[in-house]
Design a protein around this ligand. Structure first.
Ligand code: C2O
Ligand code: CU
Length: 456
């Protein structure tokens, strides 16, 4: 009897140890790699990617689960990972100098946090991001609903552009004054899931969930469907109250996501496309070769995705109010702005590669834009006095736009504010910490368009 008990007590230890080892955080290795981005016949391109691929390894987990990754930096520069759009502990937000120190070459950092919300998110470097994200340090982060919608296939589509040197096929240099002072770094090759002229197969009548992610530095994608019919069901990870039929073109600004549910209407043997418009010319962003027929008949409009918990934006009447004046850039500049604590004119700022100011300050201010108690509703009125569009991203929180008529827009984490526009957002400051708020045209963020707020 005794001997048997002892044996039982010992035996489970081995599998238990193995289970513990398995529960150790998976490695997310930031590494230099060679990939074929340019069309065949051109040389391969040296990129930086998590796991050595571009776009980086997809991370896919269940809502309510926990993400654990050990970042291992094998790059020649310090780096961090930001989990864009995820509601998480401030210490895990990956902003160097604000929530953590940048991880030096050869260093590591353990990221671990719970995932309260389902949706389409992404992760990317937040150090020198105008360069590191452009080199490929970004990947999809998918949090699946407990009850997935009724679709035949779930397809992630990362939209991106690269600027390659036409001779060498290598990523072009970053010290380009135009990129900082105008619309941002635009590529000369547009890719889908890291490939030029991307194509995949689909079946007639197949129902697809397309998770679009704009990982480009500055490119605003204008998109439409051809041979596909469907709905937008979520924006920036958050379900819309009602699926919105897609009848014309729609925009996807840098860092924004859109979840589509589409039916393939193109006939067998034909092609369907996610179409991209540029200056009224249409290009195929994704080509679907239609082969064979799905067994199901065309279904009804999809149901809304289940809303994420505790996301309501209430208390607008007695909200804390803040305003953000956006100035600078080519053609307009600014009279004077504070740079490193002293006033400078536009010319002097430009010499230091700084072109933009928020509320008269270039780059991260000494004092936060506002301090909100946890649970407080905050309204931020943004006034874009520049000639350029800016994709304004709030860290750690989703907001709703306060529409001119008084209504509220969909939950988002990134809002496209066009030149000379004024837009207002409202959100509930739910998680304590120091959070940044910046333009996601990444060269703009690097040359002035960065601020922060504090939740206490
Ligand atoms: Cu997607 Cu501050 O970043
Ligand atoms: Cu901008």
């Amino acid at each position: 009897m005794l001997a048997g008990t002892a044996a039982l007590a010992v035996a489970p230890l081995l599998p238990y140890r193995a289970a513990l080892a398995g529960a150790e955080a998976e490695v997310l290795k930031a590494a230099v790699a060679q990939v074929q981005i340019a069309p065949e016949g051109y040389p391969a391109t040296e990129v930086w990617g998590y796991g050595g691929v571009v776009p980086s390894t997809e991370i896919r987990l269940r809502q309510g689960g926990r993400l654990q990754r050990r970042l291992v930096n094998t790059l020649p520069e310090p780096t961090t990972v930001h989990w864009h759009g995820i509601r998480l502990d401030n210490a895990m937000d990956g902003v160097p100098g604000v929530t953590q120190e940048a991880v030096p070459p050869g260093g590591e950092f353990a990221y671990a946090f719970d995932l309260p919300d389902a949706g389409t998110y992404w992760y990317h470097s937040h150090n020198q991001s105008y360069e590191q994200v452009a080199r490929g340090l970004h990947g999809p982060l998918i949090v699946e609903e407990a009850d997935a919608p009724d679709v035949d296939r779930d397809q992630v589509i990362v939209l991106d552009d690269f600027r390659l040197d036409p001779e060498t096929g290598q990523i072009a240099g970053f010290a380009n004054m135009m990129d900082f002072s105008h619309g941002g770094r635009l590529g000369n090759i547009v890719v889908t899931n890291g490939r030029f002229n991307h194509s995949m197969t689909a079946k007639h009548k197949e129902r697809l969930r397309l998770r679009l992610i704009n990982a480009a530095n500055a490119k605003i994608f204008e998109l439409a469907l051809e041979g596909l019919e469907g709905w937008i069901v979520a924006l920036d990870g958050m379900p819309l109250d009602a699926p919105e039929p897609i009848s014309e073109t729609f925009l996807l600004a840098p860092a924004q996501r859109a979840d589509l549910i589409v039916d393939v209407t193109a006939d067998v043997g034909a092609q369907a496309h996610l179409v991209r418009f540029e200056r009224d010319e249409a290009f195929s962003q994704v080509m679907f070769e239609v082969r064979g027929e799905a067994s199901t008949n065309r279904r009804d409009a999809p149901l809304p995705l289940p809303p994420n918990p505790r996301m309501e934006v209430t208390g607008l009447e007695d909200a804390l109010t803040s305003r953000l004046l956006m100035e600078g850039g080519a053609m307009r500049g600014f009279q004077s702005a504070s740079m490193d604590g002293r006033p400078v004119g536009f010319q002097e700022a430009a010499q230091a590669m700084n072109f933009w100011a928020f509320n008269g300050t270039i780059g991260m201010p000494d004092e936060p834009l506002f301090i909100a108690e946890q649970g407080r509703t905050v309204r931020v009125a943004m006034q874009n006095d520049t000639m350029f569009p800016h994709a304004m991203h709030l860290h750690g929180h989703h907001f709703r736009e306060v529409l001119p008529g008084g209504g509220l827009g969909p939950l988002r984490d990134t809002l496209l504010v066009l030149g000379d526009e004024s837009r207002e957002i409202a959100f509930v400051a739910h998680t304590p910490g120091e959070w940044v708020f910046h333009c996601h045209m990444l060269t703009h963020a690097a040359s002035g368009m960065m601020t922060r707020f504090r939740v206490t």
